[in-house]
Design a protein. Structure first.
Length: 170
C-alpha cells in the first residue's frame, strides 16, 4: 500500500494536473520577472545567471502574475496592432518575442520582447508585456526553448529564493 501511494504521488508530481502545474526541473531554463523591482532573472543550471532591468505594465493588473509556459518565439516579430513589419525601426516589439500563455492566451498577447524605446527599460510603461533591451532579448532568445517556464510576480523575495521555491534551483 505504501509503495502504491509513493508511486501515485511521484506520478502526480510529474503530471500537468499537479496543483501548481508542471514545475521546472533543477537545471532547466527558467525566467523570473519581479514587477516590484522591474527586473528579469534568467535561471539556468541551478543558479541565477543574469539579472537585468525590464519594463512592465503601467498598472499592476496589466502584466499578469503567475507561473506560465513559453509557447511562442519569433525573430523580428510583426506588430499587429499598428500593422508594423518586423525588423523595422518603428516596431515597438524590437528584435525578438518570447510569448507565454498568461490568462489562457496563446503566447501572442503577453510576452517578453525587445523595444525600439530603450529609455523605457526599468519603468512601468507597457500595456502588459515585459520589455528588455534588444541586446538582452537577443542573448536570451536561443537559451529559452518552447515549454520553458516564466514566473511573473511582485515580491520582496530574492531571485534565488524564488527559484528554489519554484524548483528551478535545488
Amino acid at each position: 500500500m505504501v509503495k502504491l501511494l509513493s508511486t501515485l504521488i511521484c506520478a502526480l508530481s510529474l503530471s500537468p494536473i499537479w496543483p501548481l502545474g508542471v514545475n521546472p526541473l533543477p537545471g532547466d531554463p527558467f525566467l523570473i520577472v519581479n514587477k516590484n523591482t522591474n527586473e528579469l532573472a534568467f535561471v539556468y543550471e541551478n543558479r541565477v545567471e543574469m539579472v537585468v532591468d525590464a519594463a512592465t505594465g503601467v498598472t499592476d493588473d496589466l502584466t499578469p502574475e503567475g507561473l506560465f509556459t513559453i509557447t511562442v518565439k519569433a525573430e523580428n516579430p510583426y506588430y499587429i496592432k499598428k500593422d508594423i513589419p518586423g525588423g523595422t525601426p518603428e516596431n515597438p516589439l524590437g528584435s525578438r518575442w518570447i510569448g507565454f500563455d498568461a490568462k489562457e492566451t496563446n503566447g501572442r498577447i503577453y510576452g517578453v520582447h525587445g523595444t525600439n524605446n530603450p529609455s523605457s527599460i526599468g519603468k512601468r510603461v507597457s500595456q502588459g508585456c515585459i520589455r528588455l533591451q534588444n541586446e538582452v532579448i537577443e542573448s536570451l532568445y536561443p537559451k529559452i526553448p518552447l515549454g520553458s517556464k516564466i514566473l511573473v510576480i511582485s515580491t520582496t523575495k530574492t531571485f534565488e529564493d524564488l527559484a528554489r521555491e519554484y524548483g528551478a534551483i535545488k
